[in-house]
Unconditional design. Structure first.
Length: 238
């Protein structure tokens, strides 16, 4: 059975966040079966099960079940790699999300995203494949705060969803969710999703002109081709 993987550069963003929270990120990576050196090597991809294990260990050692939301105010554009350039070159946030969905395989083949228009706005639904391991809630919560943070960064505006759905029970302490998302959160939902207002979707991407010049040398399309047509460096065999 083919293992689903995620780009190591995304996991590097997780490790940086954990270190900023005072945890020994290197020890956590090793305990999860991830070589810390792999996070610095281009093209490395990591099995989805190891990333889930990393989050389990982070919760255990921090004692904080909301640790994925701890740095919600920090933008992590580097986590999006070449996909970030493609998103930045769009005129507005709707176009940026369309690019993210189009080139998502560069970042992960363990995650799928769909976007539909509803009466209240645009809903983006995320499905995360955990493989042989359940997906901890912290993993999808970190994806949410990172995606929202990137939207703020490329638009230069205080972007917040209208609402969020999470398929996990309500936490004992909802304060980190109020602070991190600043919108209603529906727990025990049938899906993981973000709902954005139509007006938010039309927010201009402030880096567009600069990015269009940069993207002449960084091609997401060619990167996507490499990730789907060739065999990237990976830890699948470990």
């Amino acid at each position: 059975m083919t293992k689903r993987t995620t780009a190591a550069i995304w996991v590097k963003g997780i490790a940086e966040m954990l270190a900023a929270e005072g945890l020994d990120a290197r020890a956590l990576l090793v305990a999860a079966g991830i070589d810390p050196a792999a996070l610095e090597a281009p093209g490395v991809r990591l099995p989805t099960e190891k990333i889930s294990r990393l989050w389990e260990l982070a919760v255990e050692r921090s004692g904080n079940p909301a640790i994925a939301l701890a740095q919600h105010h920090v933008a992590r554009p580097a986590s999006f790699d070449a996909v970030g350039y493609a998103m930045m070159s769009c005129a507005d946030l709707r176009g940026a999300f369309e690019r993210l969905i189009r080139y998502l395989l560069i970042l992960s083949d363990a995650l799928t995203m769909t976007m539909i228009e509803e009466h209240a706005g645009y809903r983006v639904t995320f499905v995360l494949f955990g493989g042989d391991r359940p997906v901890p809630r912290q993993r999808i919560e970190f994806i949410f705060v990172t995606v929202i943070g990137f939207c703020r960064w490329i638009s230069g505006r205080e972007v917040h969803p209208l609402s969020i759905e999470l398929p996990y029970p309500a936490p004992a302490d909802a304060a980190p969710y109020r602070a991190g998302f600043r919108c209603p959160v529906l727990f025990d939902a049938p899906r993981s999703s973000l709902l954005f207002a139509t007006a938010t979707w039309s927010c201009h991407c402030r880096h567009q002109t600069r990015c269009l010049r940069s993207c002449t040398s960084v091609s997401p399309a060619s990167t996507c081709g490499n990730s789907t047509m060739s065999t990237p460096a990976t830890e699948r065999g470990k």
